[in-house]
Structures are given as C-alpha cells and as structure tokens.
Design a protein around this ligand. Sequence first.
Ligand code: IVH
Length: 714
Amino acid sequence: MESNELRQRLIELRQELRNHNYQYHVLDQPLISDFEYDRLLLELRQIEEQRPEWITPDSPTQRTGAPPTDKFARVQHPAAILSLGNAFGAADVYAWLERIAKVDERALEADFVVEPKLDGLSVVLHYRDGVFVQGATRGDGEIGEDITDNLRTIKALPLRIPVAGNQVLGDQVAGDQVLGTLIPNHLIPNTLVVRGEAFIRLSDFEELNRKQEAAGEKTYVNPRNTAAGALRQLDSSLTAKRPLTLLVYQIVDWNPPQSPRVRGEATTHPPARGGTEGGPPSSQAETIKYLRTLGFPTPESTYCATLNEAVAAHQGWVEKRDDLDYEIDGMVIKINDHQLFADLGVVGKDPRGAIAFKFPAQEVTTKLLDIGVNVGRTGVLTPYAMLDPVEVGGVVVRQATLHNFDYIFEKDIRVGDRVRVKRAGDVIPYVIGPLDTARTGDTPPYIPPETCPDCDQPVERIEGEVAWYCVNAACPAQLVRVIEHFVSRGAMDIVGLGIRIVEQLVEAGLVGDVADLFTLERSALLSLEGFAEKKADNLLEAIAASKEQPLSRLLTALGMRGVGEVVAADLASYYPNLDALAAVSVEELESIEGIGPNIAEAIVDWFQRPVNQGVLSKLRVAGVWPVETGISQRTESTQTLSGFTFVVTGTLSGFTRQEAKAFIQTHGGKVTGSVSKKTDYVVAGEKAGSKLSKAQELGVRVIGENELREMADS
Ligand code: IVH
C-alpha cells in the first residue's frame, strides 16, 4: 500500500475501532462480533508495527477496554488488569513463542496451561481476611467501576473464603468443583485480589428468555450483553434477577495472613498455597488449584508440557465447544511459571506470557431472502430472517431472529443483503447485521408491514415501546398463541393439545377464547380432521383434569403482561382466588416485592377489560376457579395486625423482606412500599436507608423484627 493510503487506512481503523469500543463497553450494544473487532485491531497493530512513528497515545492499540463511567465509584486496581494478544491459527501461536523467546530464551523450555477463554466480563474481586469486600469491572485496566453490590448477587461468588471452613475435605466434589487440600482459616491471606469472568450460561439465558416471552417482555439478544447490562445496573435487585455466574482464574494481589488466629498452631500448619513454601502460588497450574481449594469456581485448566500439547488441547476444545453450556471464543495459552511470565513483561496492555488462541468464528454470512413476521399472543409482531440455508458449526440454519423492528432499522438490514449470522450452542441463531460491502446499491430499506400478516388489520405502535402490535382482539394468530400459552407446560399443562390442534380448533371456530376449551363437545371434536373417538376422549379428559391446577398456574396461563411463573406464584401466595386479586389496587400490588408499577398496572388493567371479565365468568361457570386454601386458613386464624399499615426496609435476619411482608399480610396487616403519614410501623433491619430516615422525619414508629413477631403473636 502507498504511504498515503496506509495512513488513510490507519485513520479509518482508529475511528472505527473507537466507535466499536464505545458501542461495546459503554452502550453494551456491539455492532460487530468480537472476532471482527479483533481482526480490525490486528490490522491497525500491523500498520503501527510498520510505521511506529504513527502511533499516538490515544490509538485503540494503546488501550483496551473503556474508561470507567461516572455511573459508579472508581476503584484503583492493585495491579494492571491486562488484556491478551490474539492468535487466529497454530502458525500465529508458534510465531508468538518465537517472538517472546527473543525477549527471554527460557520461553523455549517453558511449560503451559491452557484455559477456555470465557466470553463474559472481567471482574476484580477483593477479599480482606477471607471476606469479600469489594468488586470492580476492568474499566481501562487501571481503574474500574465499583460494582460490589451487583457482584454480591452472584451465587457462585464466595462471600467468604475458604468456602468449606476448617473441615478436612480431601477430594470431595462441591458443585462441579473438586476441592483439593485443606486451608486452615488462620492461613487465609490478609489481602487477596482475584480476577475472573462473570457470564450467563446458555441454558440459563434460554430460560431467562422463555420467562421474558411468557411475561410478554422483550427478549435479550445474547448472553454476553445481558451479563454486561446486568452487572452495570444501578439497582442491584435487578442484577439479582439475571442468572449470572462466575469463574475465577487469576490472583492479582496476595498479602500473607497478618497474625495467626489459632493460638500456638501457626507454625505447625502447612503453608497456604498449592503445596510449596510460603507466599502465593508460583505457577498458573498451582493458582487454579489454590483458588479451587479456597472455594472459588475455576475454569477447567489443562497442563501442557510443550506448546505442541497446548495447540492439541486447543483443538480438543474446538470439538467440544458446541456441547458447552457457556460461550467461549478461544483458548488462553499461558506460560505456567509465574516468574518467567512476569519477566517476559508486557507490550501495550498485553502480557507477553499469554496469548488468546481464537476459535473459528461461529458466524457465517448468507443471503437474507426475506423478512417474515410472527404474531405473538399479546399481538406483538416479531420479525425473523428467512435465510439462504447455511451451515454453522454442523447445523443448517434457515431462519434467524431479528429481535424487533428497531433492530432492523438500527442495523439497516435489507432483504437481499448478505448478512452475518451467529449461532452459539443451542441458542436460536441471530442476525448480527448486514455486510455493508456486499450491498449492490439497489436494495431498498426494509419497510415493516402496515397490516397484520395474519388478520390484515392495521398494526399499531405503542408510544415508548419498541414493539409493534396487531391490536385486533379477534386476530386468529393471536388467539392461537394465547391458547398455546394457556395450555403450555408451565401453565395449565393440558397434555395432547399441541399447536396443530389449537390451530384446528381456532380455524373451525370451536374456541373464541381460552374458556371455550372447557365447554368443547365430543361431537364437535369428532368433526375435526384426524380426530377419532380415543383422541377426542383423551383430549377432553386432559382438559377436565386441568381444572384442578392451582391458582398460580391459572394466573400464569391467563398471560397478563409481566405475570410469568414467578410473579404468578407470588400473587397466589398473597391472594386466595381471582376474586381477591381482581379487587386489588395498583398501590397494594406494588408493595409486593418483585412487582413494579408496570406489572401492577398491567394486572389491574387486565381485570378491568370487559373481554377478560367475560372470560373469567365463563371460567367460573365451567368450574375453573382454584382457591388457595393455605392462605385463607392463615388469614382466618390470626388477624392480630389487622388495621395497621407497615413498611419493611433494610436487611432482616430471620426473614427475607418478602417473607416479612407475607407474615404481616397473613396476620391481617397491610404492607405498602413507601413511608407516609398513613404508615403505622416501619420494620427496619440492617442497612435501612432512606425509608428509615423518612420514618424518623415523620415520627412514624420504627420496630425491629422481634417486636413484629411479638405484636403478631399477641
Ligand atoms: S488471562 C494476564 N484467562 O479475555 C492475564 N483472560 O481478550 C490476562 N478472559 O480481558 C487475562 N477467559 O477478560 C485470561 N481464562 C482466561 C480468560 C480471560 C476470559 C478474558 C479477559 C481478558 C480478555 C482478553
């Protein structure tokens, strides 16, 4: 390339990478895959290698990661949180070893450890005397963001180490971890800072999206961005609702135990490390063992005596990648010996002693033949891509999700484009975006349908929402979805009523709403194609049996916006039947933990709609009217708190907040979400914040949980 052209390309690459960096780290909305980002970065690096005089301090090669935002307090990392250089093939890996051997020839004799490169977020965890005290994002590698409260919600994160205390563990298995040698409590380092990766397992991600769908909420695009979004929430109760998990692989800082806590035993105990004399572990293999012994979840790590073995280990993982329950985008090859690793030093932000050996992308390009539109049970229109069939990782992909119409506009995806499609594990493939360069120029932008593809009625966009809706209550496609949901496994669980039969019933006009299922006649069923007597009887029996389902399932089945299985179970634990729930106010619903203003309003709104009232009266007549006897008995027996209004705040020791609320309600008391003059008591636990101050300001009586129990029992 001419010098001018090269310079031009350098400027372009810098700008492009800066944009992508911002999209990825600040907005959590990457426009390109990591693989493609790494390629661009490599291209820039190669130009800069040719012309080092062009390197500027603000070049994306001089920094990876994003600066911390103002959203969170800043945390200075005790040591630089480094990144990794990339290799895209075995040749790159051997070239890496040659390169670093020029810096220190001991590299030629080195042994290695190979670990999966987890596709999540790097987090830095601080432990003081074995207690988790602070956690941060990577930020720019020097300073990260304080996300301690969010990290605390991750169940895999040990809040205290060693997890198994002072028991002798041998090689017992805890979870999927094998616990190694014993570490006595008094040999726990005074300071321990570790680094790991937080992420969402693929199975948990799918489950999360199933719940979102059931609740009529927007589904998430991919596990990585969902994890990133969850960790950077300002309200940690939202983080807690995402199934984050963690694997820890590095010690960033280690200080010896300050003083032995067990009198007279200090000198007789084995050292607190993977088997050698005092101080932190001296190799990566020992580090992983040590972290595991302390009770940290750690990645699978493979010891390799030579680089050839490491390359072979990488190949082994390529083959099992599809069976994993989490996304990895390569393997990290690390020099095992920590001293050599440190002596090799750092180039930019990448340590010379490790390299990320990337996997072939699980991403392909193919032609977008058309954009289809599905109608959901709430009338939401969801676009999907119809693709020129293409193989991704051994599976032929014909369709992929396009998430919503905004996604299509943002990425400017057009019918006829070559598009990039990603598939990971069993997650539904999705379209990443168009290949700009492949567009011929005459493809028009996508225009969403103005009418419902099923009933042909005009579609509507609701202010402030991403979704487009078919608002025709009589739309047959919607009705099919509504019934499909009603009979599904987590709801009324009517076995044998599959989608085909639902379509037949709707088409034949035998059901106009879910309640009609309970008045279906045998003769009508027999008139349908494929229905013999046995099949009709079995179906009628399954429908009749579903009348016995508990209230929580009926609530799930009715499909109110925001009411999935979890919320339905909560509601059923407060209200004995649908009559009780129908009479409830938005304010009262909001006082239930986990129910925010939107869901509360959606529930009240649902009961107010005449169509739904009609369905309810038909259900009642048909005998589909479950009653939660547990609650009514409890409410009848103890009404000691009746007439009083409570607010629960802070961390209680004998109750979760939700349990405390349920306790008050079953004793006849009322619970609200905010403190006002009408509040009689504030039940305050530890770390009670603004609600406690408000109570003091208004002179509302503050009690503890013991007093609450005494009042209830009196
Ligand atoms: S080691 C000096 N090991 O990959 C240590 N990193 O592309 C450098 N990552 O920022 C990191 N799994 O967030 C290491 N087993 C693993 C990893 C891993 C995932 C991430 C890490 C890093 C990024 C670099």
